[in-house]
Ligand binder design. Sequence first.
Ligand code: 13P
Length: 364
Amino acid sequence: MSTTFSYPDPRLQEELKRTAEAIVAPGKGILAVDETNEGIGKLLAAVGLQNTENNRRRYRQLLFTADDALSENVSAVILFDETVYQKTDNGQSFIEVLRKKNIIPGIKLDRDVVPLFLSEDEVTTQGLDDLGKRCAEYRRQGCRFAKWRCPLKIGERTPSVQAVQDMAQVLARYASICQSEGLVPIVEPDVLLDGNHDIVRAQQVTEVALATLYKALNDHHVFLEGTLLKPNMVTPGQGYPRKSTPEEIAIRTVTALLRGVPAAVPGITFLSGGQSEEEATLNLNAINTVPLKKPWALTFSYGRALQASVWKIWAGKDENVRKAQAELLKRTKANGLAAQGRYVAGSVTSIAGDKSNYSANHKY
Ligand code: 13P
């Protein structure tokens, strides 16, 4: 075994680190709007709209043209490929709109899941082959970071060693390619909410996943200061009969992170994974107030937990755009406070606030 390797050029290190740190600046987090065309199709259908390019554009325009105050709590937005090239009604590119607001555009790079042959009915993610070229193109378009999600399902015999190792290797290779092209990689090992397991089992699986992931990232010499982690919170499975309090979720989540995530990583940006809007905010707040060591920034990178009420209020109608935008600002403000441990339970109410956003085998 050879232990010689290189570090990235100091200028590249500096740029990656600066971007990663800006994304997790105090009180700020990520708005994740990287639903695939299939994923957003279900949301459009629920408001009676067809899944056309223009309807997808109209919805995302609503988000990006919200009041400039959006950037008080949103540092970055994760886009889907199509959105990178879309424009507002006035012909301004979405990327331009975001950059003018001082919001950093990023891109989802995984190309969906496929079965992992001979595993316990598990999946792997695709998209590594032409990844260098895609990274270079998105960087040219103005993106400065990326995300790649690898789901792991908890069951009696899962996740398997095969699935955990595969997740770690795929994410490490992705992270390495991103950095070589000047993008900050967000690595997302998503231990799903699906299942009947208790919170202890969720903690164990999360710890194994994180330990395996960071060994692989180190083996690939990924520059950790220029990365971010997007994990699940440690919660019981959706089918488990007893809910945990935010305090218990916070203790188990931060404990698992302390055991597996090096302090060199600047920030941890949680996914919401099907939690209700209020739950996701309360849990993030508890995570930030728990009396444990916290060497990284702990913030949000929510999709459903930032948008559920926005969809309900918009309902596909132009006349509701302003109200829906105001709702987005309410949710981002609440989570910005939670990221600083300053959110007061129930202080920001929303139309879908307490409604679970869980759906089995959720398709992003
Ligand atoms: P949710 O917050 O809806 O789980 O989405 C997270 C995500 O990975 C999208 O980028």
